[in-house]
Every structure is written in structure tokens, then in C-alpha cells.
Ligand binder design. Sequence first.
Ligand code: CTP
Ligand code: MG
Length: 282
Amino acid sequence: MSDDSRPSPAEPPLEASTAAPAQASVQAPVAAAAEPLVNARPKARTAAVIPAAGRGVRLGPGAPKALRALNGTPMLIHALRALAASRAVSLVVVVAPPDGAGEVKSLLDAHALPERTDFLVVPGGESRQESVKLGLDALPADYDIVLVHDAARPLVPVDTVDAVIEAVRDGARAVVPALPLADTVKEVEPATTAGEPEPVVATPARARLRAVQTPQGFDRATLIHAHETVTDNVTDDASMVEQLGETVVVVPGHEEAFKVTRPLDLVLAEAVLARRRLNDGF
Ligand code: CTP
Ligand code: MG
């Protein structure tokens, strides 16, 4: 179903010699973050955390967003398959709605998922940040690269996932896929009453702006340090790493990695799936 024909980064070897240093890093993940990361890490193991605990208020009334169907299959299952399509990803931690971990486990059991990938389900929290943190807390020790991917981006192509992993393997501590903007962006003084005119404060040069997607990829110790240190409300994980003063790099994102946020996005997502099905037929 998914396009696996392109050579993905090789599965890292699992022999005992690689397990020892990974275990050692568990005891001092923060100390590890302080060391310069100059060398590429082609054999680092990769896990993904999928925050799926949001309600989906902007999508309107109904089940939690990640559990809503796209062409008959829950959005979360699409997102899981998209990440598990990468040969480099050997574990996916799903962060379920706080009271929905049992339901999510049953969903995973009921759908076909790649056998070479392990799956864990943990209950999430009140904010996305909290949910990601709960997912990170459940990560076994022997993963050095962590992806964080919104369940609400069910259609991300495997090439985008692999590009993010490759950039982390090449030595970046934080990597985000992103696209140039179509619209010009204005900074405003937000109105206190909805619908009131808002004065424009600034117009950043569009050519320098990027719309950021997921999966975002991280050196594990750096991301954990960021989640332990930064308490400000943020809308993505990379901005927490930025707040630590670390460099975050951008790789090309993909139109199909858009976030399902409002009702029209459901129409677009189903159209993308219909086009894929048609293309698969030829
Ligand atoms: N998320 C989460 N835990 C939360 C809030 C959000 O795991 N407490 C997840 C969502 O499930 C989603 C991702 O974070 O996969 C991105 O969030 P967003 O698109 O804002 O989803 P929702 O918060 O569900 O939507 P809304 O803001 O419209 O309610
Ligand atoms: Mg939200």
C-alpha cells in the first residue's frame, strides 16, 4: 500500500555491542545533551511519539479528532501506518485521549499494522505539550532519535519521515519539515472582541517564513531536556529546543503532511486518499 520501493535508511543492528552505550545514556540523558554532537549517527535507533489526545474542537462536535474516520479508517491508524512505513521507525508510542487508552488499544488490534514495528499506548494530558511529555516518559532506553508526529497529519509521505530521520542521523539535534507560505502573513494586535477590526503591527517578509509540519525529529536527550526545562506554552516541540538555544534546522516538508484542523480539511484528506487509490490502480 505505502511506497516502500525507495531505499530507506537501513534498520540499525541490534547486537549487544550497540545496547551497552544506549543503556548508559539512560542514567544521564541531560548530561548527554551537553556534549557536542558533531558526528553522524547512522545506526541510532528511532522511535516515534504520536500525540493523539486532543479533542478536535475546531473540527466540530463528535469523537476525538484522531479517532474520526477518513475513508472508513481512523485518522490515527492512517498516521501510524505513515510513520511505520519508514523502515527506520521500530517503535511508535501513541498518546491516547486521557480516558481513551483502552479504546485506542482495541483500534490498534483491529487494524493491520506492520509487524516489524512495536506499538505502545499511553493516556495523554490536557495540553499537547503534556501529552508529548507523557509519551516521552514511556520510551524505552535504547532509542536515541525521537520523532514527534501529530495524529492530525495522517497523510505524511514516508519520504518526508525518512528525510527528517536522515537529518538527525547526520548530526542535527532538532529537525522540522516545513514549506514556504502561499499567503502573506500579518502580525496584528488581537481584538478583544471577536470580529472587531485588528490593527496590523508588522508584515514579516514572506520569503523568510516557513509553515512547519510534523514529524519533527530530535536527538532524544535534547528533546527530553527541553520538555523538562521549558514551561511556556508552545505549539510545537522544536520551539522548546529553540528556547534552550539549540539550533533547529528545516528540511522540505510536503503538501500532503497538512494538519486536519477544520471540516474542509477532511474533504481534502479524503480527496488525497482517493487520488492515491486511483494512482495505485495503474
Ligand atoms: N494533542 C494531544 N493532547 C492534547 C491536545 C492535542 O495529544 N491535549 C494532539 C492532537 O491529538 C493532535 C496534535 O496534538 O494530533 C495537534 O493538535 P491539534 O491539531 O490542535 O489537535 P486538537 O487539539 O485535537 O484540535 P483542536 O485544537 O481543534 O481542539
Ligand atoms: Mg489543539
